[in-house]
Write a protein that binds this ligand. Structure first.
Ligand code: ADP
Ligand code: MG
Length: 265
């Protein structure tokens, strides 16, 4: 059964989509079967994973309104083991339709993913920059939330609203939802403020903050315009190396917690 991770932060431009696409590609490169789910109407993750968002026949609009199954919407990504449930501007209408739907509207994604959950090792959901019904659908479907954080002055602002939303979902529909981790993105070690905020995060959330920091790297910003994850675009770049390290850390942490839960002595 796949481990489902929502990549979320209601702030825009903090590196959610970049993390989703490049972590997915790095997990695939580690031999894992990965499904990327684009839940942002901008469709940036869809494009970043190599698809033409306006050419897809059906997308997550049809998935969430129940007009299509995950098997129908699923597209093959750039390489074997990397699939995508794509999104485009149509997703805005799905959001409106979900808002008007009645009970169970926050479970639509969970139900849509259920038939294909065994076909993958990881399902990564790229959330929109809002604590909307789409993000709530991701939190209900997920086992964990991975939170990209840009180390700047306002980095922690909004984090409590995000944590409150996670807590609310935990108390209602998904009690097992974990905070998978906080990932420091676009990190510039020459910038004193970034270093301070990074250290402050580590002090507040010692267990949740990933040790891997994603540096600011122009290759990461260029890769999407070629429709490629950075690993395919420039595998020796600092960005590619960092996302490979992030994938290793994620696999290591999951291995450790799996052992703890399994009671290995
Ligand atoms: P979000 O999905 O949170 O809105 P994105 O992943 O789209 O954020 O990133 C916002 C912008 O910053 C994009 O143009 C992206 O290419 C760029 N970007 C993201 N991470 C990095 C990085 N580590 N180094 C340089 N540019 C980055
Ligand atoms: Mg995004």
């Amino acid at each position: 059964m796949a481990r489902i991770l929502a990549i979320a932060n209601q702030k825009g431009g903090v590196g959610k989509t970049t993390t989703c696409v490049n972590l997915a590609a790095s997990l695939v490169s580690n031999g894992r079967r990965v499904l990327l789910v684009d839940l942002d109407a901008q469709g940036n993750a869809t494009v970043g994973a190599g698809l033409d968002k306006d050419a897809v026949a059906v997308s997550n609009y049809e998935l969430l309104t129940g007009e299509a199954t995950a098997q129908m919407v699923c597209c093959r990504g750039l390489e074997p083991g990397f699939d995508v449930l794509p999104a485009n501007g149509d997703l805005t209408a799905a959001e409106v339709s979900l808002m008007e739907a009645g009970e169970g509207r926050e479970r639509r994604l969970q139900q849509a993913l259920a038939p294909i959950i065994d076909a993958y090792d990881y399902i990564l959901i790229d959330c929109p920059p809002a604590l909307s019904i789409l993000t709530v659908n991701a939190f209900v479907a997920a086992h964990g939330v991975l939170i990209p954080i840009q180390c700047e002055y306002y980095a922690l602002e909004g984090l409590s609203a995000l944590l409150d939303t996670i807590e609310r979902v935990r108390q209602t529909v998904n009690p097992d939802l974990a905070i998978e981790g906080l990932v420091r993105t676009m990190f510039d070690g020459r910038n004193n403020l970034a270093t301070q905020v990074g250290a402050q995060l580590l002090a507040h959330f010692p267990d949740q903050v990933y040790r891997t920091q994603i540096p600011r790297n122009v290759r990461l910003a260029e890769a999407p315009s070629h429709g490629l994850p950075v690993l395919q675009y420039d595998r020796s770049s600092r960005g590619a190396v960092a996302y490979m390290a992030l994938a290793s850390e994620l696999l290591r942490r999951q291995g450790a917690s799996g052992q703890a839960k399994g009671g290995v002595r």
